[in-house]
Design a protein around this ligand. Structure first.
Ligand SMILES: Nc1ncnc2c1ncn2[C@@H]1O[C@H](COP(=O)(O)OP(=O)(O)OP(=O)(O)O)[C@@H](O)[C@H]1O
Ligand SMILES: O=P(O)(O)OC[C@H]1O[C@](O)(CO)[C@@H](O)[C@@H]1O
Ligand SMILES: [Mg+2]
Length: 536
C-alpha cells in the first residue's frame, strides 16, 4: 500500500507495511508523520494511530524504558525524542539517585510520569484536533548512567546572550547535587574547541560565581563545526554526555553530532540548550536572556528620549539586535512607551510619500517637538544594500553580515529634513547593540536558566538524546532537535502582538492592501499545512 510521509519540510512516498528501510527511516527521522489507511499497533511505544486515512505520527523512538500507555486519541500526536536504547537496546538502567535525595524527599511526585506530555497548542476549540505534543521534561525513575561513569562536557557556540554562564553553572551543580556526578569538562571556544583546544575542568567550586558575569566562561566562536572531528574527540576523551548551549546554528550542529554518535553506536547523550538573544528559536516560548536584553534596551531608549525631548525637533534612533527577527525591538518598544515608531525586519517600511516614515516623523515633530525610533538591526537591509551598493557578506557560520541600517536611516532622515523640508532637526543615534547582550542575566532569566540546565541534566541521565530542552506553553519539554531548527521564529504580523504595538505607538503600518492580502494568504496556507499534520 502506497502512503505519503509528510513533515513540515518534506514529503515522500513509502509503502505499508514498512520494509526494513522504511522502519529505519522512521527511527532516524525524529518528527515524521505518516498517512495511514489501516490500523496498526506495534510493540514498545511504536504506536501508530488507528483511523482511516489519518495523518499521524510514527513515533520516532521508543524511550527504551517507558512506554506511552493506554489508547491514544486518534488526533493525539507525540513528537518524541530519541533514546539511547533505540540503538543500544541492551543498555542497563539503574534507579535514579534522586530517590534518595533529601531535596526531593517531600516532593509529592519526584518523577515525571512517562505519560506526561506537553501540548504545543493550548488554545483549542471543542472539536479541534489535539495536535502535537512533546515529552514533558524532568527527572525519571530510571537512569542509564551510573554517577561514577558519567563524563560530561559543555560547549557554548554562536553569539553571546545573558545567562550562558548561569546555564553552565547549573549543569555542573545539577549533575553534582542531584546525581553525584563530579567534574565536567569545559570545551573552550565553541565547536572547534573540541579538536583544537585543551579542555578545562569545571567543578561546583570553579563555576560558583560565574552567573554574575556576562559572556561565556568557556568562550565561543562561529564556524568550525566538523562533525567527524568533534565525534572522534568525544570518543577519544570518553565523553558520554554532551551539553551544547547555542542558537539555531548550534542546534543544527548538535543534531549532526547526535546522528554521528548514533551511527557509530556510542553511548553518548546529546542535549541541546537553546540560546539566542534574538528569540528566534522555533517551538519554545522564549529564549533565556531575552528579558534581560529587553530590560537593558530600556536604558538606551530612555537615554534617547531624554536627549531628544531636551532639544528642538529632536529625533532619536536606537538600533537593537535582531538579525532576522524583531522580537527585541518589538518588546522593548512595547515596554517603553517613549517610542514613536518601531521598525523590524518582518514588516516592510518606506520613507517617502503618503503614509511613509518621513511624513510620520514630521507629524510627530509638529505634535510633540521630538520623537524616538527603535530599529531592529535586520530591518530595511535591502534598502541599505541598494544605497551603499554593498555586496552580501557572511560570517564564519554562514550568517548574513548586516549593514548598519541605523547609520543609513540617520543619514536619510537628516538629508530629507535639511534638503527637502528645509527644517532643522537634532538627530541622536544610539547603538547599544552589544551592550544588551554582554551583561549578566537578570533574576527571572537566572531562574529560567536553572530550569533549562536541570532539565537537560535529567534528560541526559534518563538516556534521552538528540533533544533540545525548553518551555512550551510554560511547561518544560524535550523537543527533537530538528523540530527547533527547521524554521526560525519571527514576529508574525498576522498575530495580535504587532497590532498591539501599532496601537500603542500609533505609528503607520506601512502595509499596502496587497501586502496585507499576501500575508493573510500565506498565514492561511501555513495553517492549512499545519492542519494537514495535526488534524485527522
Ligand atoms: N547547519 C549547520 N550544521 C552544523 N553546524 C552548524 C550549522 N550551522 C551552524 N553551525 C555551527 O554552529 C555554531 C554556531 O552557529 P551560529 O554562529 O550560526 O550561531 P547560533 O548558534 O545560531 O547562535 P546565535 O544566532 O544566537 O548567534 C558554529 O560553530 C557553526 O559552525
Ligand atoms: O557576535 P557577532 O558575530 O557580531 O554577531 C552579532 C549577531 O548575533 C546575534 O546577537 C545573535 O544571532 C544577532 O542579533 C547579531 O546580528
Ligand atoms: Mg543563529
Amino acid at each position: 500500500m502506497e502512503t505519503t510521509l509528510t513533515s513540515a519540510s518534506h514529503s515522500l512516498s513509502v509503502s505499508w507495511p514498512p520494509s526494513s528501510s522504511t522502519r529505519r527511516f522512521a527511527s532516524v527521522s525524529s518528527f515524521s508523520f505518516v498517512k495511514l489507511g489501516i490500523t496498526k499497533q506495534s510493540s514498545l511505544g511504536r504506536k501508530l494511530i488507528s483511523r482511516q486515512n489519518c495523518l499521524t505520527k510514527v513515533r520516532a523512538s521508543t524511550d527504551g524504558a517507558v512506554n506511552v500507555k493506554g489508547e491514544q486519541n486518534d488526533d493525539f500526536v507525540l513528537e518524541d525524542v530519541p533514546h539511547l536504547t533505540n540503538f543500544l537496546p541492551d543498555l542497563p538502567s539503574y534507579p535514579s539517585p534522586l530517590k534518595k535525595s533529601q531535596a526531593y524527599a517531600i516532593v509529592k511526585r519526584t518523577f515525571v510520569s512517562p505519560e506526561d506530555m506537553v501540548a504545543q497548542k493550548i488554545v483549542v476549540q471543542k472539536d479541534s484536533p489535539r495536535g502535537i505534543h512533546f515529552r514533558r521534561a524532568g527527572p525519571r525513575e530510571k537512569v542509564y548512567f551510573k554517577p561514577e561513569e558519567v563524563r560530561a562536557c559543555i560547549v557554548t557556540c554562536g553569539g553571546l546572550c545573558p545567562g550562558i554562564n548561569t546555564v553552565m553553572r547549573e549543569i555542573v551543580c545539577g549533575l553534582s547535587n542531584m546525581y553525584g556526578v563530579n567534574g565536567v569538562l569545559g570545551i573552550q571556544g565553541g565547536y572547534r574547541g573540541f579538536y583544537s583546544k585543551n579542555t578545562i575542568q569545571l567543578t561546583s567550586k570553579s563555576v560558583n560565581d560565574i552567573h554574575k558575569r556576562g559572556g561565556t566562561f568557556l568562550q565561543t566562536s562561529r564556524g568550525g563545526h566538523d562533525t567527524n572531528k568533534i565525534v572522534d574527540n568525544i570518543q577519544d576523551r570518553g565523553i558520554n554526555q554532551v551539553y551544547i548551549i547555542g542558537g539555531d546554528g548550534t542546534q543544527k550542529g548538535a543534531a549532526a553530532i547526535y546522528k554521528e554518535v548514533e551511527r557509530r553506536g556510542l553511548k553518548v547523550a546529546v542535549a541541546g540548550i537553546p540560546k539566542t538573544i534574538d528569540n528566534d528559536i522555533a517551538v519554545i516560548d522564549k529564549s533565556f536572556g531575552f528579558d534581560t536584553a529587553v530590560e537593558e534596551a530600556q536604558r538606551a531608549i530612555n537615554a534617547a528620549h531624554v536627549e531628544v525631548e531636551s532639544v528642538e525637533n529632536g529625533v532619536g534612533i536606537v538600533k537593537l539586535m535582531g538579525r532576522y527577527s524583531g522580537f527585541i525591538a518589538m518588546h522593548a518598544t512595547l515596554a517603553s512607551r517613549d517610542v514613536d515608531c518601531c521598525l523590524i525586519p518582518e514588516s516592510p517600511f518606506y520613507l517617502e510619500g503618503q503614509g511613509g516614515l518621513f511624513e510620520f516623523v514630521e507629524e510627530r515633530l509638529k505634535e510633540n517637538g521630538h520623537m524616538v525610533i527603535v530599529l531592529a538591526e535586520g530591518a530595511g537591509q535591502e534598502y541599505v544594500a541598494q544605497s551603499w551598493h554593498a555586496a552580501a557578506e557572511k560570517d564564519a557560520s554562514g550568517n548574513r553580515l548586516l549593514l548598519d541600517v541605523g547609520l543609513w536611516l540617520t543619514q536619510k532622515i537628516k538629508d530629507h529634513f535639511t534638503n527637502v523640508r528645509k527644517m532643522a532637526i537634532n538627530m541622536k543615534y544610539i547603538d547599544p547593540t552589544y551592550m544588551i547582550r554582554a551583561i549578566p542575566s537578570n533574576a527571572s532569566d537566572n531562574i529560567y536558566c536553572t530550569l533549562l540546565a536541570q532539565n537537560a541534566v535529567h534528560g541526559a541521565m534518563a538516556g534521552y538524546t538528540g533533544f533540545t530542552v525548553g518551555p512550551v506553553n510554560s511547561r518544560h519539554a524535550y523537543i527533537p532537535i530538528n523540530r527547533v531548527t527547521e524554521t526560525q521564529n519571527t514576529v508574525k504580523l498576522t498575530d495580535r502582538m504587532w497590532a498591539r504595538l501599532l496601537t500603542s505607538t500609533n505609528q503607520p503600518s506601512f502595509l499596502s492592501c496587497e501586502v496585507v492580502q499576501e500575508r493573510v494568504n500565506a498565514e492561511i496556507f501555513d495553517e492549512i499545512n499545519s492542519m494537514k499534520i495535526t488534524s485527522i
